[in-house]
Structure formats: C-alpha cells, structure tokens
Design a protein around this ligand. Structure first.
Ligand code: G1P
Length: 294
C-alpha cells in the first residue's frame, strides 16, 4: 500500500549571518522576493504537493514567521472597512483552509540534522518532507516537491533533490555518489557533506528539498557532530543508505540560492520579471540601467 505524505518540516532556526545586518532582528526566511517572504515560497512548494501539516522548527528570534501564517485581525478588519478586498484576499489566502501549522523550538543552533530531529515528536511512523527556505525553486508547471513525490509514489523510498554544481562549489553542498550523473532519477550510492572539490564523489549537489522515511530519526539520534561541528542531515542519510534505498532526482526547474546575496538578487530579478504588477516597468528599468552602466 502506498503511503501519502502530509507533513513537511521547515527548519527556520538558523541565524542568517550572511545577511547581517538585515537579519539582526528579522528572520532571514522573512526576506521578501518582490512581495512574498522566502518562507512563503517554500510553503507554497509544499502545498502544491498536497502537504497539509506544516511543522516549523524555529528559534527565539523567529516570531515573525508565526505571525505571517496566523490571522491578523487588526489588519484584516482595516482592509475590510476600506473595501480593499484584493489585499484582504492576498492576506487571507496565505494558507488555504485545512492546513495546520505547528511550531517547535530548536534551543541551540546544532545543525540541520538536529533541527529535523527536533520535529520527531510531531511525526508518527510516516514519511515526511523537509524544505529549506533558502533554496527558492521555480519548478515551472510542477513544484520541485511534487516532482519528488512522483518519484516517491513509484519507489516508496527517501528522495533528495539534486542539481549539477561547479567543482569549486562542492564545499557548500551535500554531494552524492551515483553510478551515472546522466540519469535524472537514480539511486544513491553515497553522500558526503561539503567535501573539498578533490574528494567530491560527483558534481551533483543536494538542494534544500528532501523526502525522508521515519527511519532517519533513530539514525539522527546516533549521529555525531560532523562538518562545521554540527549534526548533519547528510551524515544520517549516509547511514540510511546502508539500510534502505535513497533516490536522487535532478528536478526540472530553476533553483535560486537565496542563502547567498548574489542568488537572492538573481531571484529578485527573475521573479520581478514575471510579476504581473511590475514586470513590464521593471524590464524597462533594467534596460535603462544596463544602458547607463554599459
Ligand atoms: C544544507 C545541507 C546541505 C545541502 C544544502 C542545500 O547546507 O547541509 O547538504 O546541500 O543545505 O542548500 P547549508 O546550506 O545549510 O549549509
């Protein structure tokens, strides 16, 4: 019998030091790309894949994320009184009916693996998704997570999303070992967190979308600190591989690394160029700007 995945974990406790001072008092996941915060894009990716239970692993400075997905009576009644129905629809449509949110605190920043482990008590013996808001993915017709779920439906195994990366960038990613990097869907032979280019098993880096079976929790509990002194999800996946098949999907679409300034700027330009309200004027602006600086 095939299992349905209804829960997704969003690890959002990270300090966002790469964007200081912007992230001193505001969560990095609340930084907007045009007019939506990064976390909302990740949530939309999950919702499009049929996820109905959102689990945020947060920290003390991340209250704005809870407020974003809650109702705001004052704002909503103000918009209603002023007849701003279009804006009211935007605000009330952030989460569709029937979707629930749970928040759990990661008391200290001990890494992605530790963050996922914090959510263990909210996941029964069921497969679940993990989405990192830093990775903004435009899957085109089908969200990245939906593409991964299609693989999961066929295999009933864990699935990680990967993309080709440059040799010098292997130090920034979990990198997988596969028989051939030309297969878009393939099983993984090994995985290593942030290897030096010379030690990288391939040029396929993991991006921030995972479907995991619940066996990962016991493995995480027994995973020691790894790269950067943190408990790495990658290290637990390496152990999972010894017990179960784990698939990799080279997804269709474009991923923006919004954990870096340049990736964030690229995402802002790409999303502005397809935003119905500003696209045409923004295109002109960019053209003028390019001519002035040429
Ligand atoms: C995390 C993971 C890494 C993965 C990356 C994707 O690293 O540990 O394996 O490739 O996300 O964005 P981070 O970017 O948090 O250092």
């Amino acid at each position: 019998m095939s299992m349905k995945i209804t829960k997704a974990i969003f690890p959002v406790a990270g300090l966002g030091t790469r964007f200081l001072p912007a992230t001193k008092a505001n969560p990095k996941e609340m930084m907007p790309v045009v007019d939506k915060p990064l976390i909302q894009y990740a949530v939309e990716d999950a919702l499009a894949a049929g996820i109905t239970e959102l689990i945020f692993v947060t920290s003390s400075s991340k209250r704005a994320i809870e407020d974003h997905f809650d109702s705001n009576f004052e704002l909503e009644s103000n918009l209603l009184e002023r007849g701003k129905q279009d804006l009211l629809d935007i605000v009330q449509g952030i989460l569709p009916a029937g979707v629930s949110c749970a928040y759990i605190r990661q008391k200290s920043p001990q890494g992605l693996g530790h963050a996922v482990l914090c959510a263990k008590q909210l996941i029964s013996n069921e497969p679940f998704a993990v989405l990192l808001a830093d990775d903004l993915i435009d899957g085109g017709k089908q969200s990245c997570l939906q593409q991964m779920l299609d693989v999961f439906q066929q295999t009933q195994t864990s699935v990680v999303a990967v993309e080709k990366i440059t040799k010098e960038d292997t130090k920034k990613y979990g990198v997988i070992d596969v028989e051939s990097t030309e297969h878009h869907i393939t099983s993984i032979r090994g995985i290593v967190e942030k290897p030096e280019p010379a030690n990288a098993p391939s040029n396929l880096g993991v991006v921030g979308r995972y479907i995991l079976t619940p066996a990962i929790f016991d493995l995480l509990e027994n995973t020691a600190q790894g790269s950067g002194g943190e408990i790495q999800l990658t290290d637990a996946i390496a152990k999972l591989l010894k017990k179960e098949t784990v698939m990799a999907l080279q997804f269709k679409g474009k991923r923006y690394d919004c954990g870096s300034k340049l990736g964030y700027l690229e995402a802002t330009i790409a999303y502005a160029l397809k935003h119905p309200e500003v696209a045409a004027d923004f295109r002109l602006l960019l053209r003028e700007f390019a001519e002035c600086t040429a």
